[in-house]
Design a protein around this ligand. Structure first.
Ligand code: DOR
Ligand code: ZN
Length: 424
């Protein structure tokens, strides 16, 4: 099986390539990059006007299966990933049962296998994500988890967290941490500030997130573990990571399109659609996130794709679940908000969505080096379109980006040499 991608703008940050080249795929691998490659018996895919880049690596996705199939299944989540140009994703363990033992890892992997998307379930840090007893990290690692996390549920017990880091370090697994002090945030719906005041609701203070980032940085220094801060949302949080990195501490972090696009004001306009944990913050925070993306403090752009049903999201703001879907819109939002605005070059932006998360997870993904898996996304970087949640293949329609005009559209997604999504 040979496929020749002809005439595209090949953007491969890991190799420092951004030029017009042909790409030959053979037996599921990248065979060659070059000018005017002969087609011979290969199927030719015309990429004129398109960017050909490594398939996106989204290291923060909630697939919901097992247990919450009304929100999403592995199959529908993977279809959404393919439609968004994502070929590798890390599935969060807050399912029911939680991914706290090898059996669930295997179940999720088996469900994902036919989709063509490379799904890597993350292992839970604690049994049932209850924050009480550590899982068997070695067994989870043997089952193939790329990282450990209790995402969705902040870990409060510092002694337990320190022990988790010591064990994660021993096994060379990164620990992905959802940072928010649970006592401070409770089940509150919005950022603490102008909007929470206007709504007369208690809020989730920025310091609740920043304190746990600071705590994690100190524990990372103490234990030598690689700690990765999930979905960073505040300017001060970015500063803490920036300073920690300067001191040589093994800390990395990620953010999501919602945090470089929206402020807390969006909750006034869109209600529960804009409810997410951590919450949308202030304009100063949005600017701090953008600065962190520009100077390299932030290592990855992820979606935190968190589907919920329409019924759940139709509840009053204090009762509705937090989260928004993102797999089908992340590339367009990053292109629109970061590349077309001139904040990041195309390759810097793409690195944050492929090479960099792959590297920090130790995956052989995120680049078009010959010999690697032929995972690619082909997109028109300039095409304008309007985000329409009714077109989503995800079960989740909970997006605050519905109706937004964006620039950049996925045309093909290729995984191990197979076309797993094609527009239209
Ligand atoms: O808003 C969120 N939703 N944040 C999380 O950390 C978890 C996620 C979910 O699972 O719904
Ligand atoms: Zn989280």
């Amino acid at each position: 099986m040979r496929l020749l991608i002809r005439g595209g703008r090949v953007a491969d940050p890991a190799q420092g390539i951004d030029e017009c080249l042909d790409i030959l795929l053979e037996n599921g691998k990248i065979a060659r990059l070059g000018r005017n490659l002969p087609a011979e018996d290969a199927r030719v895919l015309d990429a004129d006007g398109l960017v050909a880049a490594p398939g996106l690596v989204d290291m923060h996705v909630h697939l919901r299966e097992p247990g919450f199939e009304a929100k999403e299944t592995v199959a529908t989540g993977c279809a959404a990933a393919a439609r968004g140009g994502v070929t590798t994703l890390v599935a969060m363990p807050n399912t029911r049962p939680a991914t706290d033992c090898p059996g669930i890892v295997k179940l999720v992997r088996a469900k994902a296998a036919p989709t063509g998307v490379n799904v890597l379930p993350a292992g839970a840090v604690t049994l049932g994500q209850k924050g009480e007893v550590l899982t068997d990290f070695a067994a989870l690692k043997a089952a193939g988890v790329p990282a450990l996390t209790d995402d969705g549920v902040p870990i409060q017990n510092m002694a337990l967290l320190r022990q988790a880091m010591q064990e994660a370090k021993r096994l060379n697994l990164p620990l992905l941490d959802h940072c928010e002090d649970r006592d401070m945030v409770q089940n509150y719906a919005v950022n603490e500030g102008a909007v929470s005041q206007k709504l007369g609701l208690p809020g989730r203070p920025a310091v609740a997130e920043e304190l746990q980032i600071m705590r994690d940085v100190m524990l990372a220094e103490d234990t030598g573990a690689h700690v990765h801060i999930c979905h960073i949302s505040t300017a001060k949080g970015v500063n803490i990571v920036r300073q920690a990195k300067a001191r040589g501490i093994r800390v990395t972090c990620e953010t999501c399109p919602q945090y470089f696009t929206f402020t807390e004001e969006e909750v006034l306009r869109q209600g529960t659609m804009a409810r997410v944990n951590p919450p949308l913050r202030t304009q100063a925070d949005v600017e701090g996130i953008r600065a962190g993306l520009v100077d390299g403090t932030i290592d990855a752009i992820v979606t935190d794709h968190a589907p919920h049903t329409a019924e759940e999201k139709s509840k009053p703001l204090p009762d509705a679940p937090s989260g928004m879907v993102g797999l089908e819109t992340s590339l367009a939002l990053a292109l629109t908000g970061l590349y077309h605005t001139g904040l990041l070059s195309l390759n810097r932006m793409l690195a944050l969505m492929s090479a960099s998360p792959a590297a920090l997870l130790g995956l052989d993904k995120g680049t078009l080096v010959p010999g690697r898996d032929a995972d690619l996304v082909l997109f028109d970087p300039n095409q304008e379109w309007v985000i329409d949640k009714e077109q989503f293949v995800s079960k989740g329609r909970n997006t605050p980006f519905h109706g937004r005009t964006v620039r950049g559209k996925v045309k093909y997604t290729i995984s191990r040499g197979n076309i797993i999504y094609q527009e239209g």
